[in-house]
Design a protein around this ligand. Structure first.
Ligand code: AMP
Length: 576
């Protein structure tokens, strides 16, 4: 039986910059298009003047024209209690993510012609418990049951693995996105895709290249025109954005222009930037960023217990692996050319669809088995004695990273002082010897310990990691058999079922731009954003087109609307 007989489970890559939705069709996964016919939906939310909510490309374009009404990169705040104030309305990161999920849900429903209620959602491997729970909550608010949460690099590995399941090989997936870098070591053997190790840097990605390039442009501006482009935050944001575009060009060309007109710098003065950056010059500025790419690779290989020469294939995922210097670095490290058979932006979403098919017992993946590893070490805080001194806050690992999940480990601890009546259990995730430097996930107190000499009373602490990377902790007092379970629910930003229900109701009360209205809204917002960057006759030409489009939008003539929209879209593409 294929999944189409039941309701389809979709795969969702809920990204920091872009999100995608995919499904299994026939033998392979496919990415679905959104309301404007694109596969990448920007993870952006904006509140329009009338209080309605825009999601996706139209919202992203408003980041230039309405920065205080627009939220981007909110995935970074998942699992925290940050509140985004978008002028007319305030939202939590979960709510903002739920708007993106709901928009993808609608796109999938439009493509499949059926209601979509279940999804597999990917998260970065470094996401801890709080962020995974927040992702599930976001799904619930959007009316999606998150059937499974899987690690993004595992999803990418799964997409690649599906194509290579008839082979036996050891591969490494390098996923360098906008803000994160993940390395996954996997082994494929007779349909079993085994993740053997994964490591990453949660603060390394395309944005670091943008920053370094913007730094180069700033230095040249200072030297050549004696202006400090860093002095005005809005101008600096525009410089960084222009550098991101230039960086993309440098992936194809040996040089790229950075053109920014009328930047307000220093007491309302306007400056124009017109600088041509050469690729070799940019690569010199990126040297330290590239150096950081090497470290997680070494760690992942060490965790998996293999050497670079044992890796038979190097697979690239993530927009930043389009950079020639990144490809060169991967070739140098592994001594072989990396391959990129799947579109780098889509691999994670495709893998999510494969996982969704596995969940639905789809015949296309009948012979596939996938195993994943715990991304972090989990442990507790213990007190130790050294040279007669008591030292508290030492990290005692129970479940080490790179252990295959699901898994369960138990560790026995003893009282540390005479007649101790209580034991505090604090759960930490991280890799540092001192708890202080790791992340506290929660804790509780075990009472009813029998009196006795230090070390005479014992408790067992059991950690269980489920397939979603969610943790459960159980303690047993050895002498009495009394058990207690810690459910890590009240981590910051975690919502109660009541709060989820309220957020869901709140969402129903909001006015969202209809899917059919998105092509017009997106064309208009993108044009308005470009208008900010242009000058002279081209700007006037664009201004006229925008005015004409606004006018025809007032009427009902669909043909006329589509004609002018087409012209506007072509103009924007040509001048961006
Ligand atoms: P992802 O999160 O995988 O979608 O990656 C997004 C990152 O990839 C952003 O930092 C983009 O600037 C970067 N990116 C996308 N396309 C290119 C390209 N052609 N050259 C260099 N970087 C790119």
């Amino acid at each position: 039986m294929t999944s189409r007989c039941k309701s389809t489970i979709v795969g969702i890559d809920l990204g920091t910059t872009f999100s995608l939705v995919s499904v299994m069709r026939g033998d392979g996964p496919v990415v679905l298009t959104n309301g404007i016919g694109e596969v990448l939906t920007p993870s952006a939310v904006s509140v329009a003047d009338d209080g309605s909510i825009l999601v996706g490309a139209a919202a992203k374009a408003r980041a230039t024209t309405h920065p205080t009404r627009t939220a981007l990169a909110f995935k970074r705040d998942m699992g925290t209690d940050r509140v985004y104030d978008l002028g007319l309305k305030k939202f939590s990161p979960q709510e903002l993510s739920s708007f993106v999920l709901a928009s993808l849900k609608r796109d999938a429903e439009a493509a499949l012609g059926e209601a979509v209620v279940e999804a597999v959602v990917t998260v970065p491997a470094y996401f801890g418990d709080a962020q995974r729970q927040a992702t599930k909550d976001a799904g619930a608010i959007a009316g999606l049951k998150v059937e499974r949460i899987i690690n993004e690099p595992t999803a990418a590995a799964l997409a690649y693995g599906l194509e290579r399941r008839s082979k036996n090989l050891r591969a490494v997936v390098l996923d360098l996105g906008g803000g994160t870098f993940d390395v996954t070591v996997l082994r494929i053997e007779e349909g079993v895709i085994e993740i053997q190790g994964s490591a990453g840097d949660a603060r390394l990605g395309g944005e670091d290249f943008d920053d370094a390039l913007a730094g180069l442009v700033a230095t040249r501006m200072q030297a050549e025109q004696h202006v400090d482009v860093r002095s005005d935050p809005r101008s600096w944001a525009r410089v960084r954005e222009a550098c991101e575009r230039a960086k993309r060009r440098l992936s194809e060309a040996q040089e790229a222009p950075v053109v920014l007109l009328e930047l307000p710098i220093g007491r309302g003065k306007m400056h124009d930037i017109e600088i041509v950056v050469r690729r070799d010059e940019a690569e010199a500025a990126w040297a330290s960023v590239l150096d950081r790419v090497r470290q997680p690779i070494a760690r992942a290989l060490r965790d998996a217990g293999i050497r670079t020469e044992q890796v038979e294939e190097v697979l690239l995922v993530g927009g930043s692996t389009r950079m020639p210097c990144v490809v060169r670095l991967a070739s140098q490290v592994f001594g072989r050319l990396p391959s990129r058979q799947l579109p780098p932006d889509e691999a994670v979403a495709l893998g999510a669809a494969v996982q969704a098919a596995l969940k639905a017992d789809d015949a296309a993946v009948e012979d596939v088995v996938v195993t994943d590893v715990a991304p972090f070490t989990l442990g507790t805080s213990v007190m130790t004695t050294f040279a007669g001194h008591r030292i508290s806050g030492r990290f005692s690992p129970i479940l080490e990273r790179a252990t295959t999940i699901p898994c369960s480990r138990v560790h026995r601890y003893a009282t540390s002082v005479d007649d101790q009546e209580k034991i505090e259990i604090e759960v930490y995730q991280g890799e540092h010897a001192s708890c202080e430097k790791n992340t506290l996930l929660g804790g509780y107190t075990i009472e009813g310990i029998r009196k006795g000499a230090a070390g005479s009373q014992e408790i067992d602490v059991r950690f269980t990691y489920d397939l979603n990377g969610l943790l459960e902790v159980e303690t047993t007092v050895v002498a009495t058999g009394a058990k207690k379970t810690l459910v890590l629910e009240r981590t910051p930003g975690r919502l109660t079922p009541d709060e989820i229900a309220r957020a869901r109701e709140g969402m129903k009360a909001l006015k969202f731009h209809a899917r059919e209205a998105l092509p017009n809204a997106t064309a208009l917002e993108r044009a308005e954003a470009l208008y900010v960057d242009l000058r002279g006759p081209v700007r006037s030409e664009l201004g006229e087109l925008i005015a004409a489009f606004r006018m025809v939008l007032e009427g009902q003539d669909r043909k006329q609307i589509e004609d002018i929209r087409e012209k506007l879209v072509r103009f924007v593409q040509a001048h961006r």
